[in-house]
Each structure stands twice: as structure tokens, then as C-alpha cells.
Design a protein around this ligand. Structure first.
Ligand code: NAD
Length: 352
């Protein structure tokens, strides 16, 4: 939290570009939520989950003179049912193509509202106001939207850049330690693949800049952007396997160590680097259900979006802060046989 205090009064504004048509304005600074209405004009609708709605959404809606719509909390929001209900509510309100949707909340809210904004009337202006650390450093940056279905996480979605992202680190004061760790997991992941300085860091602004650097070079995830998927082939499978009982961040923490283990096993990462990673993460890893089998986990990986020609592909690192480029693909096919030892590590590693 020290870093957040230091950043409290820093107000930074910049732009980034993910598509030819939309320039995203990024606003960052403590207390920004209060000032947020002065940054925007025009008609708006604020959308939050009940908890965030009560904490921040209602006040923002009042200041914007906008209605507040509530959606379910967390992954429950990311479904076709909720999309349909929200679209009905928006159309009932008489939104037009200039009505901005303000998504106030965690990553699940960003993903759902982003998706709805991209399809309602073929596209409404979108303003993201992330209130979790994870949403600030990851879900609100990069223009990806998504909902889940029975085949897995984020299987349906769009690339849809927001008009603005408003990051006010002050709102993190109400966030639980567990949710905070979820965000740190994504900052440390970024450090593992991009810059060792971010590994073990809690610097929100540097993490945002790091992610922007990657997504601007490859907005549609054709190559370089895949590095941000490190740890996620395993984490998405774990989330689905546990029926989302472990959080996205908890799954990412485990996924990052497991995929570092795989990187070592396949001869890319030095053992000493893996040991450094394993030792640092050990205190944060959660218990996995003992009932799962490697076959079940492998089956869950079948829906990974990096999959090509039936092969499951992994982002692999050759040192902390650097990904193996694989001629610009930034990932490599891995067989079940090659994963054996990593599955064994997952089932036996200490602290579980
Ligand atoms: N689109 C992307 O690029 C991208 C990237 C990373 C993650 N994601 C998605 O983000 C989701 C995870 O996001 P998350 O970790 O923010 O979880 P979340 O959205 O489920 O929110 C977690 C919880 O925190 C509460 N909360 C939010 N802000 C709060 C605050 N300031 N104070 C107190 N409580 C608060 C919420 O009510 C909720 O209960 C996943 O669905 C994941 O797939 C998307």
C-alpha cells in the first residue's frame, strides 16, 4: 500500500491507441473518481455490481446525473443471460449511440460491460473505471471484452477499445487483501515476461505502462501480446476445473509457477531462476482440490485460445522478465507427455 500512498496525488493523463478509430484517454490519480464527472459530458449510464455500486457507483451516477444499473458480482456477471438482461435495460432506457456506458468495478464488470458496449446498437462509447487492482493493471487496459460459457472462460468476446480509462488508486482502500493479491499476481506475471523490475513490484502506473507498451504493438493478439498469457493456459483450466471456486488471481499465481516449471523442464529456464520464482510465490499459493486428475486438467486446456491445429500452446520464459520468442509466435505446442512432470509438481509442491 506504500506505493499507492505515494501515487495518491499524482495525476497523470495520457492517450493510447488500440485501433485506428478510437484513441483511449488514460487518467490516473488519487481522488480522480470525485473529479471524474468534470472530464466527461453527455448522456451516460453507470453499471456496477451491488457492492461497488454502493461504495462508488451510486455517487458517480449521481454526479453524472446518470441512471445506475446493477449486475451480478464476479464471474456470475459474465453470462449470456446477464448480457441479454442488461441490453434490455439499456434499450428500455432509450440509449443512443452517444450514450456512454461507465463500467465501475472489477475485471468481471469491465469484461461484461465492454462486451455489451461493443454490441449494443453496434457500439456505444465505453468508459472504464476499474476499482480492483487487477482491473486497474490488466482488465481495463487492452480492449478485450469477454463472457464465459460452458466451454470455459472468455470464450465469447470482442476487441473493443474504451474511450477512456479512469484509474483512482484511492478506491483500493476498501479492497480485501485477497483481491489485492489477485492484482499483484498480474503485475508479477507482467514482470515475469516483460521486465524483471515489475516482478515482486506493486507499482500500478508502471504496470499499466508495461501493458500498454505490449498491447499497442499487437492489439489483436497475433504474436507479442500472447506473452501476457503466461501462466494462463494452466490458470484458466484450474478456474474451470474448480468451478471458479479459486479466484482468477489465485489461479494465475499457481499457473505462473507451473508454467515456469514447464519452461525449466523443456530446457529454456535455468533451475536457479525457477527456484527463485517458486520460493517467492510459495507463501501465496492456495490449496487445489485433490480430486482432479491430469487428464481432466488437460481436457480443460483444450479450449485455450492459443490452441492451433489441435495443439495446446504455452508461453515459455527463458529468464525472469523474458519470453522465448519462437520466431514471433511467442508460444510453442506442448504435449501431454511433456507436461507430465509439471502436473506432478502441481499435485505435490509444498504449501498444499
Ligand atoms: N479483459 C481483460 O483483458 C482481462 C484481463 C484480466 C482479467 N480479466 C477478467 O477479470 C476478472 C477478474 O477481475 P477481478 O479480480 O477484478 O474480480 P471481480 O471483478 O470479480 O471483483 C472481485 C470482487 O471485488 C469487489 N470489489 C471491486 N472493487 C472493490 C473495491 N474497490 N472495494 C471493495 N470491493 C471491491 C467486487 O464486488 C467483487 O466481489 C476475470 O473475469 C478475468 O477473466 C479480464
Amino acid at each position: 500500500m506504500e506505493k499507492e500512498k505515494k501515487q495518491k496525488n499524482l495525476f497523470a493523463s495520457s492517450v493510447f491507441q488500440l485501433s485506428r478509430t478510437v484513441t483511449t484517454h488514460l487518467y490516473f490519480g488519487g481522488g480522480l473518481l470525485e473529479e471524474c464527472p468534470s472530464l466527461f459530458s453527455g448522456r451516460a449510464v453507470v453499471i456496477s455490481d451491488p457492492k461497488v455500486g454502493e461504495l462508488y457507483g451510486a455517487k458517480l451516477a449521481e454526479k453524472l446525473k446518470a441512471p445506475l444499473l446493477l449486475i451480478p458480482t464476479g464471474e456470475k456477471a459474465k453470462s449470456f443471460d446477464v448480457v441479454g438482461k442488461l441490453l434490455d435495460e439499456l434499450l428500455q432506457l432509450g440509449v443512443d449511440r452517444r450514450t456512454a456506458l461507465f463500467a465501475v468495478g472489477g475485471g468481471a464488470t469491465m469484461d461484461l460491460v465492454g462486451f455489451v458496449a461493443s454490441i449494443c446498437l453496434r457500439g456505444l462509447p465505453l468508459v472504464l473505471v476499474p476499482t480492483t487492482l487487477l482491473a486497474m493493471v490488466d482488465a481495463s487496459i487492452g480492449g478485450k471484452t469477454g463472457i464465459n460459457n460452458r466451454f470455459g472462460k472468455n470464450q465469447i468476446g470482442t476487441f473493443y477499445p474504451p474511450q477512456a480509462v479512469v484509474v483512482d488508486p484511492d478506491v483500493l482502500c476498501t479492497l480485501s487483501e485477497k483481491e489485492r493479491l489477485n492484482g499483484l499476481a498480474e503485475i508479477w506475471k507482467l514482470g515475469s515476461v516483460l521486465d524483471k523490475k515489475l516482478w515482486k513490484s506493486d507499482d500500478i502506473l508502471e504496470a499499466i505502462k508495461g501493458k500498454i507498451e505490449v498491447v499497442e504493438k499487437d492489439p489483436m493478439e497475433q504474436g507479442l501480446r500472447r506473452i501476457l498469457n503466461f501462466g494462463h493456459t494452466i490458470s484458466h483450466a484450474l478456474e474451470k476445473l474448480t468451478n471458479y471456486e479459486i479466484s482468477h488471481g489465485e489461479a494465475v499465481l499457481i499457473g505462473c509457477v507451473a508454467e515456469a516449471h514447464l519452461s525449466m523442464n523443456l530446457g529454456f529456464l535455468q533451475k536457479s531462476d525457477f527456484q527463485e520464482i517458486e520460493a517467492f510465490y510459495a507463501q501465496h499459493l492456495v490449496q487445489l482440490p485433490c480430486s482432479y486428475t491430469k487428464e481432466k486438467l488437460w481436457e480443460m486446456m483444450a479450449y485455450d485460445k492459443k490452441k492451433e491445429n489441435g495443439e495446446v500452446r504455452f508461453v515459455l520464459i527463458d529468464k525472469i522478465g523474458h519470453v522465448v520468442p519462437f520466431c514471433g509466435a511467442y508460444c510453442r505446442a506442448v504435449s501431454l507427455h511433456e507436461l507430465e512432470e509439471t502436473f506432478f509438481w502441481l499435485q505435490t509442491c509444498k504449501n498444499r
